[in-house]
Ligand binder design. Structure first.
Ligand code: HEM
Length: 579
């Protein structure tokens, strides 16, 4: 019988040998790749490290020697936003702006090179979705975001066709209606921290109203809605909110764990609500689907302009074409209706919130917006028309693009190789990727490319600056004529990704952003409210610092912006009537 000491020593030797083996293996693969590489002898994808490293980051920064921290931080989730361009400047090559990080964990490649990014995103069969996406997002069924190959092609055809012009018009009208509801709450000139919660509420109400065909009145108690009608404990909206809140982790917990998790343990309230939501979300969704089917059967046969009815219609068309072939299995139908919520909620709400904070920080850009808005809005009291207004809007879209450039919701696009791959660039150089490589397209760094963005489209009176690409300047998105939108070169502006898997909700998000801002800034100006004794300069510094403290849980967001009650926290603003 070996002694405990012998067992521990043997285990230690086995672990160390495996550790050194993995490091050397990744090192040899990196040398073969043709990319610049550097070594961080750490297991970046170890589950314990992934959980503890994010909260530990400030402590590590304070206590570790800089040369160690600067490498270790690149193994901590969300480093793309905190580190910006540094790692490419230190380790990336001159011509390809990419690197391999040699670790003890998975082989990891990152790029900020527009040409490589375009190629990676174009070749969806060679650079596929990561396995981890399915673990998190397949809770209610397989879906577009987690699928690859033929399954993805079939689902994409059906799902993407539902987000059409009819939906855009519905989205526009529903967004205006919801914004009016919000203005009823916060448009009285009072100081409020709730404007940003309002953006979340608008986004989810629009997704439910224009998406699921269940229009929600602004003042409707969230506990009401569909709740109660079939013995539900939570409304549809509440279920969606809880599930999305849990997508970054707890969603993977099995039902038995949620059921038995002790009520005195930390996080028990959220897990208890998740337990209910996981059970009731599918029931609500089936009920909405059934209702829509009934309407289609008993109505004129015309599908309504919401996502759920368009999805049913697209499925029917596909099934007709394929003579009995099913467009989406029941499981996929549910999975995709969840993905619409999951993919469309936080991304859009956070973009709206960042844009508002940027406008409160830089009020001079509000005047710039007013010029366009006042020019195109009909007289007060008239209805806002999607078809009349949308083609005329450029400045609000320029603001949206500039917000997405600086605070891109997805800080990287994560892909994975399942076989060896090569890419040959236009300069004739060939690079190699091993099987099972993690491939990151770093959107934060791509959006800060000085060769693309520095001093582009300067307008009369605007000065050129050495750090212009790091600054908030929406005019860069307008051509010299000042009325048409500038298109960034291929692979240089990818908040919605690019290639065949480009976000199908791109237009929907733009329509929502434009309609909310048209309605809001048509009537109001936004002011940042100073804390006690704060000068304007100090307000600006505080807002800049707050935006830089943003962090990513699946999407990038500001800390303490939502659900904040205390006076000193949150970002307090005031809407002041313009006319
Ligand atoms: C500002 C708002 C939005 C941003 C920045 C955004 C960004 C993205 C990005 C980067 C991807 C690619 C993800 C990847 O490949 O891993 C994506 C995919 C997707 N998005 Fe969006 N999105 C937004 C709004 C929406 C909306 C409103 C919807 C629909 C309601 C939506 C539905 C989807 C779907 C279904 C996919 C999967 C596409 C596929 O894999 O073929 N998104 N989005």
């Amino acid at each position: 019988m070996p002694s405990p000491l012998t067992i521990i020593t043997t285990l230690l030797i086995v672990y160390l040998t495996s550790y050194i083996y993995r490091l050397i293996r990744n090192y040899l693969l990196a040398r073969k790749s043709g990319f610049p590489y550097f070594i961080v002898p750490w297991e970046q994808d170890h589950i314990i490290w992934m959980i503890i490293s994010v909260p530990l980051r400030p402590w590590l920064k304070k206590n570790l020697p800089t040369f160690i921290y600067n490498r270790l931080v690149l193994t901590i989730y969300g480093f793309e936003f905190t580190e910006k361009l540094r790692m490419f400047q230190e380790y990336g090559g001159q011509d390809v702006q990419s690197y391999v990080m040699v670790t003890v964990g998975k082989y990891e490649f990152s790029t900020r090179d527009p040409e490589l990014a375009t190629e990676i995103l174009r070749r969806t069969r060679d650079f596929q979705q990561q396995d981890a996406i399915g673990v998190v997002l397949d809770r209610f069924g397989k879906n577009l975001l987690s699928s690859d190959g033929e399954d993805w092609v079939r689902q994409r055809r059906v799902v993407a066709s539902t987000l059409n012009e009819r939906i855009s018009k519905t989205i526009f009208e529903e967004s205006v209606k919801q914004t009016e509801g919000l203005l009823g709450d916060v448009g009285g000139g009072e100081v409020t921290g709730k404007l940003f919660d309002g953006m979340k509420k608008i986004t989810i109400n629009v997704l439910t109203g224009a998406g699921m065909g269940e229009s929600v009145a602004w003042r409707e108690d969230e506990d009401e809605g569909v709740k109660g009608k079939g013995g539900y404990r939570m409304s549809y909206i509440e279920c969606v909110k809880v599930v999305i809140e849990c997508v970054a982790g707890p969603i993977v917990l099995p039902k038995w764990f949620l059921e038995w998790y002790p009520s005195f343990a930390p996080g028990s309230d959220l897990l208890r609500r998740l337990n209910v939501a996981v059970e009731e979300f599918p029931r609500h969704t089936w009920e909405l689907l059934d209702k829509e089917k009934q309407r289609m059967q008993h109505g004129s046969g015309e599908s309504r302009s919401n996502i759920i009815s368009q999805l049913l219609k697209a499925s029917e068309d596909f099934e007709g074409e394929k003579k009995g072939g099913k467009a989406l299995s029941d499981d996929e139908m549910l999975g995709n209706l969840f993905i619409f919520m999951g993919a469309g909620f936080d991304t859009t709400a956070n973009t709206l919130s960042f844009a508002l904070v940027l406008l409160a920080r830089h009020p001079e850009w509000q005047d710039w917006l007013f010029t366009e808005i006042d020019d195109i809005l009909p007289p007060p009291g008239s209805e806002l028309s999607y078809t009349a207004l949308l083609p005329k809007v450029t400045r609000i879209l320029a603001l949206m693009f500039e917000t997405l450039r600086l605070y891109t919701p997805l800080i990287h696009l994560a892909k994975q190789t399942r076989a060896e791959q090569t890419i040959t660039t236009s300069s004739g150089k060939t690079f190699w990727f091993p099987k099972n490589a993690t491939v990151y397209v770093n959107t934060v760094a791509i959006h800060m490319d000085e060769k693309v963005y520095r001093n582009i489209n300067l307008k009369p009176g605007e000065e050129s600056k050495d750090n212009d690409e790091l600054l908030f300047r929406p005019t860069r998105w307008l051509n010299a004529d000042n009325t048409t939108l500038w298109t960034a070169p291929k692979g240089s502006f990818i908040p919605w990704s690019a290639g065949p898997r480009v976000c199908p909700g791109q237009k929907m998000a733009q329509v929502e952003f434009v309609s909310i801002f048209l309605r809001l800034f048509g009537e109001f100006r936004l002011e940042a409210v100073p804390l006690k004794g704060e000068t304007r300069r100090e307000v600006e510094e505080r807002l800049d610092a707050r935006m830089q403290e943003s962090f990513s849980i699946l999407t990038l967001q500001m800390k303490d912006l939502y659900n904040v009650d205390e006076e000193e926290k949150g970002v307090r603003v005031r809407l002041v009537r313009r006319k």
